[in-house]
Write a protein that binds this ligand. Structure first.
Ligand code: GLN
Length: 495
């Protein structure tokens, strides 16, 4: 049989997963060739510091197995597609650090549910991406393994906490990557790196084997070039898992099926609080241009209010640290990872291990969390924040009686310079002002690229959906990407 026409390999790294699946199926490229292309690009782009662990041998072995499966005519949903995973997902026989010194040598005895699903679907793991320590941060600067650089400007942050995943996809070191989002950690780095980032509804994707930060807020999702690729990945990631007590036992729609639905008559709510002071003028302008594009696609814009929005950050910064302080108590030098060398007794060992093993931001969160949960302050802070959380969720419920989707900027500014906010935790926390209320309400959100500022740094548009409304989100994002080309732009250095 004549060999199918081979494609020009040098451009393979630019392709979406949807395109690569077609190329693999038509045998225009093999998974081994594809995996090698991305491993080479990762190797050549070490200055980004996007990865904590690469296992080339393991990746090539998986690629060979994928090629055999394709040759047998039995490919699964992602057979042969190389992917990168945030280093918060436990991977069997492959280091999982969560960006922390305390897990510097931790190898999980099992795979996270998300990893199991991607393995079953035939995807190849290129490596584990850099991240803020325990996903606490908005700039990837709290990582024990050093900051990640933004591929659009190597002196700027990529956003966080899934900064390694976002930088890797933006620089096309990986066709797509996983991330997690507790208060914005998929959408914010996606916006700052000019890619697509989807945070599904709480409970849509299993948290089993995903190292816990704030369990009632954490959700796994995807960082991709396009909404179509996000749909392809969500089809694999979503679904019930009895090992996660908050996993939802409800049917998973085929997210690919509705991508092209018409947006005629779609009601898009614009929360007035997302367009107020604090929003950078260029980000605001790019957002408005994107909204006009949605109008052209048939959408109707309506003004809505989320009156308790300003309470999102204070509420989040009580609840997330409270849950983190409890979740992180397991890292004690006995069960996992790092243990201090010299200590007097057991208590001293705990103290020294945690003081040396955790970075400053993680220690700050543990202290705040312990404080708000302590007797005497529990009612004043923790219970109060729980009540605010309910009010914030009710604001969304009410807004969604007037519209189908909400839209606004993902972040108040484009990527800031490395070091600019490291001494000012509050300034850092304010990056998530438009994203973290979405987690408090458990809703799905996506960020898609919608323009650039004067210095060439990307702007993200956030779309928020109703609970379990991922299909509508992806549909709107896909239609926008069919009409525009912001999502195809690649930073010059990596083009
Ligand atoms: N930036 C927020 C924080 O530091 C959100 C992080 C996240 O979503 N994991 O907590």
């Amino acid at each position: 049989m004549p060999r199918p026409e081979r494609l020009n390999h040098p451009n393979m790294y630019r392709k979406t997963i949807a395109a690569l699946l077609a190329d693999l199926a038509a045998r225009r490229i093999s998974s081994v060739e594809l995996t090698q292309i991305f491993l080479d690009r990762i190797e050549q782009s070490q200055r980004l510091n996007a990865y904590i662990t690469i296992d080339a041998d393991r990746a090539m072995a998986a690629a060979r197995a994928a090629d055999a499966q394709i040759a047998d005519g039995k490919p699964a949903a992602l057979t042969g597609i190389p992917l990168s995973h945030k280093d918060i997902f436990c991977t069997k026989d492959l280091l999982t650090t969560c960006g922390s010194r305390i897990l510097y040598n931790f190898v999980s005895p099992y795979d996270a549910d998300v990893i199991e699903r991607f393995n079953r679907a035939g995807a190849v793991i290129l490596g584990k991406t850099n991240m803020d320590e325990f996903a606490m941060g908005s700039s990837n600067e709290t990582s024990y393994y050093g900051p990640v650089k933004n591929p659009w400007d190597l002196d700027a942050v990529p956003g966080g906490s899934s900064g390694g995943s976002a930088a890797a996809v933006a620089a096309r070191l990986s066709p797509a990557a996983t991330g997690t989002d507790t208060g914005g950690s998929i959408r914010q780095p996606a916006a700052l790196c000019g890619i697509t980032g989807l945070k599904p509804s709480y409970g849509r994707v299993s948290r089993y084997g995903m190292i816990a930060f704030a369990s009632s807020l954490d959700q796994a999702g995807a960082l991709t070039q396009t909404a179509e690729d996000a749909a392809i990945l969500l089809n694999v990631m979503a679904g019930f898992d009895r090992r996660d007590s908050t996993s939802l036992d409800v049917p998973v729609p085929d997210y690919n099926k509705t991508l092209n639905d018409s947006l005629e008559g779609l009601k898009v709510g614009l929360p007035k609080e997302f367009f107020g002071s604090g929003l950078d003028q260029e980000v605001g302008a790019a957002t408005q241009t994107a909204l006009k594009e949605f109008e052209k696609l048939g959408a109707k814009l309506v003004d809505v209010e989320l009156p308790n929005s300003e309470l999102g950050i204070p509420c989040y910064y009580v609840l997330a640290p409270a849950e983190a302080s409890s979740n992180l108590s397991r890292f004690d030098g006995v069960r996992y990872g790092y243990r201090a060398k010299d200590y007097d007794d057991l208590t001293d060992m705990y103290k020294k291990t945690r003081a040396q093993g955790f970075g400053a931001e993680v220690q700050r969160r543990i202290m705040i969390g312990t404080y708000v949960l302590s007797a005497g302050y529990y009612d004043a802070y923790y219970i109060k924040a729980q009540k605010l959380r309910r009010l914030i969720a009710q604001d969304f419920d009410y807004a969604f009686t007037q519209c189908d989707l909400l839209m606004g900027p993902t972040t108040p500014t484009t990527a800031f310079q490395l070091g600019a906010k490291t001494d000012d935790p509050i300034a850092m926390y304010l990056n998530d002002i438009y994203t973290n209320s979405v987690n408090l309400a458990g809703l799905p959100g996506i960020s898609i690229p919608c323009g650039f500022d004067r210095t060439g740094k990307p702007v993200g548009l956030q779309i928020i959906g109703k609970f379990l409304g991922e299909s509508k989100l992806l549909n709107a994002a896909h239609r926008y990407q069919t009409a525009t080309d912001w999502h195809t732009r690649i930073p010059a250095e990596f083009a």
